[in-house]
Ligand binder design. Sequence first.
Ligand SMILES: *Cc1c(COP(=O)(O)O)cnc(C)c1O
Length: 502
Amino acid sequence: MNATMSHTSAASLDPADWTQLRAQGHRMLDDMFDHLAGLRDKPVWQPIPDAVRGAFAEPMPSAPTPLAEAHQRFMRDVLPYSVGNTHPRFMGWVHGGGTAEGMLAEMLAAGLNANLGGRDQMPLELEKQMVRWMAELFGFPQTAGGLFVTGSSMANLVGVLVARTSALGGQSRKTGVERAGGGELVAYTSAAAHGCIAQAMSISGLGTDALRLVPVDADHRMDIVQLRAMVWADMAAGRRPFLIAGTAGTVDTGSVDDLNAIADVARTCGAWFHVDGAYGALGMLSPEVAPKLAGIERADSLALDFHKWGQVPYDAGFILVRDQADQLAAFATPAAYLSRHDRGLAAGSPWPCDLGPDLSRGFRALKTWFTLVSHGTDRMGAAITHSCELARHLQARVLAEPELEMLAPVALNIVNFRFRAEDGQDADALNTEIVADLHESGVAVPSTTRVKGQVAIRAAIVNHRTVASDIDMMVDAALAFGRRRRRAHGASVSPASSELAA
Ligand SMILES: *Cc1c(COP(=O)(O)O)cnc(C)c1O
């Protein structure tokens, strides 16, 4: 059949002319390749002009716009004003850099319009293979179940929900938490844990009051002595520890909890051992980082993101559960319209919709598979090792500059530092301004956080494109902005101090 021949009805949304669409599609692809190949010469981020923001307040269109025109608007009004996490000098928050292969895979997945809620289809075999690969990578048994989700916020929620059902029994899904008769459930995570653990407690109906935030030690790791004491006190008071969530790579400083010690405590008190490995877990691919994750193989469930250190384009979160039966117990629900068969397209049970809250879901496994197979795990691991080396390079630069100081130890790839303020100058405000100056300059994008109550300039080096000279440019620019603000401060306080002198 001639591919250019049109068989469209008036209701179809297919193009009238595939040849024209093909040419336009190639232009769009070329534009994206040009963008990715030329990242380094562009600003990391730039403020959105009012006119550009305002242009998207238009009414919903009733008539068609040519694709070429929509594409032009994307190139002119959207692409230049995005977050910039593909850029080698993006070090803000914990964002992955993406890959061209992952981008192409997204196009293929969208072309299939694959819905991975269930049914007997090859796309699901790719997802199952990814579950087996992750079980192997993290030393989980063959009983393991897994599921792609949006991100680790959702993966941690799934982990908490599986732990809750495991503690209260399947009947609790019917009676609700209150009338399940499982006693007063309490959970533990460190004070440095991500806020989504508390959010998961809230969403699960257990409440954040039932989450104990265990203090951290000088290295920002969960204090195990305190954990034991808190567990013991709760048990003595008749409460029931049901979940301990360790973190492999805290979002603020990259610290890794002592997972073996937490596993021991969890075993002693009969609690579920969950690991939030959102960004750090894939450090398992790096021979340098892997030993720091010892004990992760003992987790009952593990949340991780392929879209951070795994460099897969957003979004690609993942939950791995030691025993798939626990996941099924928490989520599988019979429904007539989802009935299974042993043959035909309705075969292949269990389906992903039995393992988590989503029914319709995209083909996240494809971009993850493309990224992994096109680079191989050695190169993926080398990129992770390299980002840790760059963090040590940044630490060395900070230590060599008298105007800068470190605020936390470097565990993996996250560096917290700051510009020293002058006497009488507010250091928190100063460093907050320096980071905003950096953003607006387009030179580099770190973010801020608070470490022991102090505002830190936080550089999370995740992007595989970052090199040492990018780190140097960020440090040089931070120094320049810090000096300028210190001079300005000196100028603004000098009249007052001269008055004092007079
Ligand atoms: C990023 C992160 C999360 C949240 O994951 P999302 O993918 O953004 O939902 C949770 N925990 C840690 C430690 C993280 O770094």
